[in-house]
Design a protein around this ligand. Structure first.
Ligand code: FES
Length: 200
């Protein structure tokens, strides 16, 4: 066998390939533990699989892929159409739901990340909910498309800020958009709950 051709730096192409192969293998070994904990934390699925989601106090078996969003599961598998697919990046708040009591965008949250957590949608709040009732009293909707997201956002905000001022309500809801411009009535609805002392 002929001697490998040496570069000016003293490395042959063959030695370089052998070396880089070993480096790649070493990187894979060193890198493996960095990936494993995340996979364990969320559960790893490859392709479509069944998982259980806790929605509005009930367990639901749903079939998801790693890329499936929570919003897709809610609307197209569970028939819960309150949360709206208004913006794919969740920038308008139309898909707001509660995850472990905190408001999130269902449009940008993977269903897989919700396994084992409590999900509450506007349907789970129900018609007698104090915020829902305040929206009715204050006529805080026009087309109503943004309303479920606003109701859930108000619910979460007032839970955290039960004595919020008008300014704080406006600031706290600035992640939700209403194309009909019903902001004044939405703020009135939130303040009705604050003044009524019914922020449960
Ligand atoms: S009521 Fe129509 S988008 Fe808000």
């Amino acid at each position: 066998m002929s001697e490998p051709v040496r570069s000016r730096g003293g490395f042959s192409r063959r030695e370089f390939l052998k070396g880089s192969g070993a480096a790649a293998a070493a990187t894979a070994v060193v890198g493996a533990p960095l990936v494993a904990p995340a996979e364990e934390a969320t559960g790893l699925i490859r392709g479509a699989e069944e998982v259980t989601l806790q929605v509005n106090g009930k367990a639901h078996r749903v079939r998801i892929e790693p890329r499936t969003t929570l919003l897709e599961v809610l609307r197209y598998q569970l028939g819960l159409t309150g949360a709206k697919p208004v913006s794919a990046d969740g920038c308008c708040g139309g898909s707001t739901v509660l995850l472990e009591g905190k408001p999130i965008s269902a449009a940008t949250t993977l269903a897989l990340d919700c396994v084992g957590k409590q999900i509450t949608t506007v349907e789970g709040l129900g018609a007698q909910d104090n915020v829902v009732q305040a929206f009715v009293h204050q006529d805080a909707m026009q087309c109503g498309f943004c309303t479920p997201g606003f109701v859930v956002a108000v619910k979460a905000f007032l839970k955290k800020h039960p004595y919020a001022t008008e300014e704080e309500v406006r600031e706290g809801l600035n992640g939700n958009l209403c194309r009909c411009g019903t902001y004044v009535n939405v703020v009135r609805a939130a303040l009705e709950v604050v003044k009524g002392g019914r922020n449960g």
